[in-house]
Design a protein around this ligand. Structure first.
Ligand SMILES: [Zn+2]
Length: 306
């Protein structure tokens, strides 16, 4: 009865999200992300916090013999009620770095739709939105309020898989060490509009030393602060500039260079990659460590202004 599809396609691409329900309840669909190559009804899958809250509420109401509580730090404690299991088993789920919960083994999961439990048009619309999360938004083909539920399902799948349009993961530089996450570039003040022909969608990550003259420099990446955080998020420049590399001059008297030297407090600074940027009527240096990842639109992808 339980479906056991593989978690990756033959070419190794990870399987997309799947829809689950608690077997024979008609609850859900819950948008889940499998993390194993095969699964059965007890296998744990990843869920967003929002879905985890719904699952716990449904399971409690449906007498699955469990109760669950979220602590202030996000930890989810699931507990079998005494009448259900006198051993009083407790399962503590700590969310992953992206706030997702690995839940399974407390009740039988079933693939949504496989167990024959009845569902509503609203559930079907949510399910369709979730399964079409990588395709064009088709909500307008549905009447209200089904269009809203379609969009909810779609958004949930995008959040869980971290494939939402405004949230690209970039692994070009060193995937094993630090995932780089580019959020959507703000458009409000003081962020200036990109020059004509420049598209955020053409941006890519390169080390500072690889940036070529004419590339448009858009962002650097914040370093992780505090424990548990592994990703570096895009730090968008308010005023992107076209890179004009120039030699690093350890005796340069521009303001950024003097500030940089102050950080070294008399020690010899490490060599920098330098781009010339306007500073009032003069030219100043924008300096980077050679390995620093930067988000740029390569010159070749900058369409010539019409
Ligand atoms: Zn300088």
């Amino acid at each position: 009865m339980t479906s056991i599809p593989p978690a990756a396609h033959a070419d190794g691409t990870p399987l997309s999200v799947q829809l689950f329900t608690i077997s024979d309840t008609g609850h859900g669909p819950y948008v889940g992300l499998p993390v194993t190559s095969v699964w059965d009804e007890d296998t744990a899958h990843l869920f967003t916090r929002e879905t985890a809250v719904r699952i716990v509420a449904n399971a409690a109401r449906d007498d699955q013999g469990t109760s669950g509580t979220f602590a202030a730090d996000g930890t989810l404690t699931l507990q079998w009620t005494e009448t259900y299991n006198e051993l009083g088993r407790i399962v503590i789920v700590t969310p992953d770095a992206h706030g997702r919960y690995l839940i399974g083994g407390l009740w039988p999961w079933a693939m949504w739709g496989d167990d024959g439990a009845p569902h509503t048009a609203g559930q079907a619309a949510f399910a369709r939105g979730a399964t079409e999360y990588r395709q064009a938004d088709d909500a307008t083909s549905l009447p209200e309020p089904l269009d809203g539920l379609y969009r909810q399902g779609r958004r949930e799948a995008q959040l869980l898989s971290r494939e939402c349009p405004g949230h690209r993961e970039m692994f070009d530089v060193d995937p094993s060490r630090t995932p780089l996450v580019a959020t959507q570039r703000p458009t409000n003040a003081p962020f200036k509009a990109l020059p004509p022909g420049a598209s955020e969608a053409s941006a890519r990550v390169v080390a500072a030393r690889e940036v070529k003259a004419g590339d448009l420099v858009l962002a650097s990446f914040d370093r992780p602060i505090g424990s548990g955080r592994i990703t570096r998020s895009s730090a968008w420049m308010t005023d992107p500039y076209v890179a004009a590399p120039r030699p690093w001059n350890p005796w340069c008297v521009c303001t950024p260079c003097q500030l940089d030297r102050d950080l070294y407090d008399g020690e010899e600074p490490e060599p920098r990659v330098v781009f010339a940027v306007p500073e009032g009527r003069r030219t100043a240096c924008d300096m980077w460590e050679p390995d620093e990842p930067l988000l740029v639109v390569p010159a070749a992808l900058l369409a010539a202004p019409a």
